[in-house]
Structure formats: C-alpha cells, structure tokens
Design a protein around this ligand. Structure first.
Ligand SMILES: [Fe+2]
Ligand SMILES: [Fe+2]
Length: 358
C-alpha cells in the first residue's frame, strides 16, 4: 500500500489476518507491505488511525499453476549520473544533494528486491546518464556489492556516441556483458538477454542476426523463457511517442520468431519509463518503468511450474519516494497519469502455453 500522506500518529493496516502497525508515517509519501495474503481472494484493507477508519477493497492475484520454483527481480533506467527529470524545464534537487536521487532510488530498489526474496537481478539498460567512466564506476560498485547474481544489458544512454565501451569498465568490477545475446538458466526458466541499443542510436533495433540468436536461445531452453530487452517494441513503423523504441515491423518479426521458437516466453523491456502490457498471439510483452521517476518501480517475478507472476512494486524507501512523488508533476502533471499504466498491466499472472499451442 502506498500513500501520499497518512494522518499523524499511529496507523494500523489490516487485511486477511495480517496487521501492520505504523508508528508515525511523518509528513511525506510512504509505503508498507501487507503480506501473507491468500491468492485469488477478494479482501478488504482496514486502515485505522486516531479518530478515523477507512475500508478499501481489493483482490489478490491468482498463483500460477504448480510449485514456486524461483524468484527474480528486474530494474531498468536507473540513470546513474542524472541530475534532473522532465522534458522542458527539468526538475532537479538542490545543488550538492548527496546521494543524488538516481543512486537513492537504485540502491533502495535493489535492497527491497533482495528483501522480497529475489534470487537474482536483471538490469534492462540505461544504467547511466551518458556512459561516462565515473558513472560506470558507481554502477560497478553498486552492482558488485549485491548479494545475488546480477545480469546486465545496455541501453541507449549507455552507448551514446561519445561514450567509451562499457564492457572493460564493468569487467573491472567482475561484471561481464557478452556482445552476443546470452542466457542464464535458473530453476523453471531460461533468462535470455538481447541487445537493442547500438552505439550512437537513440531508437532500438533488432536485426535478423539478433532475432535469430535470441530465438535460438529460447528454442534451446528446457522449459519457458524470459527475454530481457532495453527498448520497447513499437506497434507501428512510425514512432508515436517519445522516446522511440524498436520499429513495428522489426518488433513483429521478432515476436513471431520467439513464438515459433518457444511460445512459453515472456518479453520484458524498459526505456519508455512507463508500464504497459501487450500481447501478440501467445507472447506477452511487459514495459516496466524506471526506478527513479514516477511511480519509481522494480518488478518481481515468481516462477512457478506452470506460469509466471509479475508484480510491479514502487521503490518504497522514504528518501526515494519523496523524489519520485515529486516527478509525478512532470510534463504539466501528465506524467503522473501516463507512466503508471493500468494495474492489470503492471501486476498479472501468465500461464505458460504448451509448445505447439497458440
Ligand atoms: Fe531510460
Ligand atoms: Fe533508453
């Protein structure tokens, strides 16, 4: 549960037999997890404070079929090195604010994902503002200090025309980013990493070699696959929103190749800094927002024998949320409505189709 402001004094949240006590939420926005709830249930959340109470109703997601096999989390667009957000007159923190907001949001997101039970982390590009060595030094320090394995793909900001090659800089921290598409097999799933960002290009591209290589990695999986990309997949050839993604014809050819290779595949992207879910035949595609601008999120995936559950969570640490709440007002307030998308696009259960079934 997230709030912009709670009444002062103690507040109790209660749902499905779980109670969470908040001593004093303070002035600003915050969040609390009311966990251990039964799946696929209509429940009420009772919020009680000194002199008042409120009942909110909600429904929990169904569990995917079969046993829980593995949990992992993704972050993207952490943009270490950014000092402002917004297209026109960017909003910024007072000069000298330390640590700056991208660092606060990224460190909090990773910490919260590990506490949630993620067994590995996937970082889907735009780790830096401009791919500068100083930014990579921070990124390397941040990711090398994680207690679980981390896999990375690069975004357009990381491979800007003037940026040096990130790979040797990351290798200094023990982080390897293969040039070709690569994979990691985990219980119940193959994680596949594709590259859509080319040096000096803002928009994404998936050429025939890339498409084939990713499809082959999906086809060779023992079971389902999860494909991580930086750029989102456009519906049309023309870009209809900022920033541009992978043009529609390339995107459709890619999804069709993935489906033919392994229909039990889900594709997750970043770059758009917003949340959307699309389907093309059997393949579900999920765009996930940035850690550092509204709503400021990471995604948790629960891998079961028969499907996968995606839950997008806001980065909850107060010093991160104080910033992300502020960025809601970007683009004359439109950003706050545009970026979150529908809850059903952020949080859903996907049951794997069997191979050969549409
Ligand atoms: Fe980005
Ligand atoms: Fe990007």
């Amino acid at each position: 549960m997230c709030w912009r402001r709670l009444p002062s004094g103690p507040v109790t949240l209660a749902a499905g037999g779980t109670r969470v006590e908040i001593d004093d939420a303070g002035e600003g926005p915050g969040a609390a997890v009311v966990g251990d709830l039964p799946p696929n249930s209509r429940l009420s959340l009772d919020v009680a404070w000194l002199g008042g109470k409120k009942r909110l109703r909600f429904k929990t997601l169904p569990s995917p079929p079969g046993e829980l096999l593995y949990r992992f989390a993704t972050v993207n667009d952490i943009h270490i090195g950014d000092r402002a957000f917004g297209m026109y007159r960017g909003m910024a923190e007072p000069p000298g604010t330390e640590p700056p907001f991208p660092w606060r949001c990224a460190t909090a997101a990773l910490q919260e994902a590990v506490e949630w039970g993620a067994e590995s982390i996937v970082v889907k590009g735009d780790l830096t503002r401009a791919g500068r060595p100083r930014e990579w030094a921070s990124v390397g320090r941040l990711l090398a200090s994680q207690p679980i394995p981390v896999d990375i793909i690069l975004g357009n900001h990381d491979v800007q025309r003037t940026a040096p090659d990130a790979r040797p800089l990351l290798a200094e921290h023990g982080i390897k980013v293969p040039i070709e598409p690569f994979f990691r097999d985990v219980p119940g799933l193959r994680l596949v990493f594709g590259h859509t960002a080319a040096q000096g290009a803002r928009k994404g591209a998936i050429d025939e070699a890339q498409r084939r290589a990713v499809a082959e990695l999906c086809a060779a999986a023992d079971g389902p696959a999860f494909v991580a990309l930086h750029h989102y997949l456009q519906r049309f050839r023309m870009t209809t929103m900022w920033p541009p993604g992978v043009p529609g014809p390339q995107a459709d050819a890619f999804l069709d190749a993935i489906e033919a290779a392994n229909p039990a595949t889900i594709v997750a992207t970043g770059h758009s800094h917003r949340h959307r879910r699309h389907s093309r035949h059997a393949i579900v595609t999920a765009e996930i927002g940035s850690t550092k601008d509204y709503p400021g999120t990471w995604a948790g995936y629960a891998v079961h024998e028969g499907g996968i559950r995606q839950v997008v969570r806001r980065v909850a640490r107060p010093d991160a949320m104080a910033w992300t709440e502020r960025t809601r007002r970007a683009m004359f307030g439109i950003w706050g409505y545009w970026s979150p998308g529908l809850r059903t696009h952020r949080c859903f259960t996907h049951v794997w189709p069997t191979r050969g079934e549409r």
